[in-house]
Design a binder for this molecule. Structure first.
Ligand SMILES: [Zn+2]
Length: 252
């Protein structure tokens, strides 16, 4: 087929369109984020309906159409089902954050293999009933914030530039990193971080997945890490993530 290609894609967003179609936002491995129209998939018996579900990963044959959107010509599921995502409200709310954040920060048609792998692995982890979805989401968000170019300063105080001693500090989203105790009052919105949370932030910043999986993260540590991420996203994105608010409401 002229003007068509095959690629692995993950459905980040979907809306119904017309009588029986769907418009999808798909993150592909080799072509970046693309808009796709899936024709006829809401008709009974459509062979591709399941592949247009949220967070589905499949091998897609995509053809250039007349407009901006690519046309989904064929789709074959390429990985096992993230089963927990469909049945567990909390896990699917976390997956929605992954999808919304990815959709929000990526520009179209710019392939980024590392982001594709990060999203795919995060969704797999979120769908795995043996693994903690909060942990998976914190790792994902930390990696995405760094990739956006907002990696926080974690070694020196962002106000006075002195190297941080091994003592509690405070995370300032507006300042772009940690504040030493002397400068803490410079940002009333800063979040107090015990030493162990600072260490966790440094492991995540180093992209050290092996050490990350061995870290013990209790409820308080995760809550602090989530509060930091929430503050950073508020600061760096022009509007709040709707899916994050849904997740927080679910947790309350
Ligand atoms: Zn300072």
């Amino acid at each position: 087929m002229p003007g068509s290609f095959t690629d692995e894609g993950i459905v980040l967003r979907r809306v119904n369109y017309g009588e029986a179609d769907r418009i999808l936002t798909v993150l592909t491995r080799g072509h970046g984020k693309v808009g796709v129209i899936a024709r006829g998939v809401r008709k009974a018996g459509s062979r591709m309906a399941a592949q247009t579900d949220l967070f589905e990963r499949s091998r897609m044959q995509l053809a250039e159409g007349r407009g901006e959107l690519l046309v989904l010509a064929q789709a074959q599921r390429s990985s096992g089902p993230p089963a927990g995502l469909a049945t567990d409200a909390r896990r699917s709310a976390c997956a929605a954050v992954v999808a919304e954040l990815t959709d929000r920060v990526l520009e179209g048609h710019l392939p980024d293999e590392a982001v594709f792998v990060l999203v795919a692995e995060s969704l797999d982890e979120l769908g795995d009933p043996e693994r903690d979805p909060r942990r998976a989401l914190v790792w994902f968000a930390r990696q995405m914030i760094d990739r956006l170019g907002y990696a926080p300063e974690l070694q020196r105080c962002v106000s006075c530039s002195r190297p941080l001693a091994e003592e509690p500090a405070a995370f300032s989203a507006a300042g772009g990193g940690l504040l030493c105790p002397d400068c803490r009052r410079g940002d009333p919105a800063a979040i107090d971080c015990p030493v162990r949370v600072i260490k966790v932030l440094r492991v995540a910043a180093a992209g050290d997945a092996a050490t990350w999986t061995r870290l013990r993260l209790d409820h308080d540590a995760l809550a602090t890490l989530e509060a930091i991420i929430e503050r950073e996203l508020e600061h760096h994105l022009d509007r709040r993530l709707r899916s994050w608010e849904v997740l927080r409401a679910l947790e309350r």
